[in-house]
Write a protein that binds this ligand. Structure first.
Ligand code: 5GP
Length: 189
């Protein structure tokens, strides 16, 4: 019988370069699947329903909170984000390893459960660089960037709760550091 899949959680403040790193890992480890979250925020340009997120209304999200639908959920930057419990349980049960890109609140909820998991925190090299990256992304206005920076500082204070911390200073080095964690935890790509 095939064993259960492994559950990987990656958290990072926005602007730490997490999306690029996650894409690289998923390309290299083809047996790993990305868990697409649900959110109530609006899609950014280039984001696709079902690939980046499932975009739902706050009312629908709250109804699913009441129904116990979420394995974990959190309000981040004023919007709801959540991971569907059934999807994760079923994937792991059939031997599918999963990568969850979730914030520190959601990660804390899963850490507090009895689930087996591998947790990774991605750090930007500095708050200055983080601020430059957020501004350079050009997708968010000043108010949103300020909110994200405040949130980033609070999130970085939680990094010691994670099993692994990867600093995204040099992108290639960060990719290698991250991939070696997955290699160790999952075996060969
Ligand atoms: P963004 O809006 O930039 O895509 O994501 C904002 C934050 O929400 C990121 O820190 C991301 O990790 C987090 N996030 C995305 N999906 C989920 C989720 O399903 N649950 C939780 N708790 N956080 C999520």
């Amino acid at each position: 019988m095939k064993g259960t899949g492994k559950l990987f959680i990656i958290s990072a403040p926005s602007g730490a370069g997490k999306t690029t790193l996650i894409r690289k890992v998923l390309n290299r480890f083809t047996s790993l699947s990305y868990s697409v979250s649900h959110t109530t925020r609006h899609p950014r340009t280039n984001e696709q329903e079902g690939r980046d997120y499932f975009f739902i209304s706050p009312q629908a999200f709250e109804q699913k909170i009441a129904q116990g639908h979420w394995l974990e959920w959190a309000k981040v930057h004023g919007h709801y984000y959540g991971t569907a419990r059934e999807f994760v349980k079923k994937s792991l049960a059939k031997g599918q390893s999963l990568l969850l890109d979730i914030d520190v609140q959601g990660a804390g909820q899963i850490m507090a459960s009895d689930m087996d998991l591998v947790s990774i925190f991605i750090m930007p090299p500095s708050v200055d660089i983080l601020s430059q990256r957020l501004a350079g992304r050009g997708t968010d206005n000043t108010e949103v960037i300020t909110r994200r920076l405040e949130n980033a500082t609070a999130e970085m204070a939680q990094k010691d709760r994670y099993q692994y911390v990867v600093i995204n200073d040099d992108l290639d080095e960060a990719i290698e550091a991250l991939c070696s964690i997955f290699e160790r935890e999952m075996g060969e790509p």
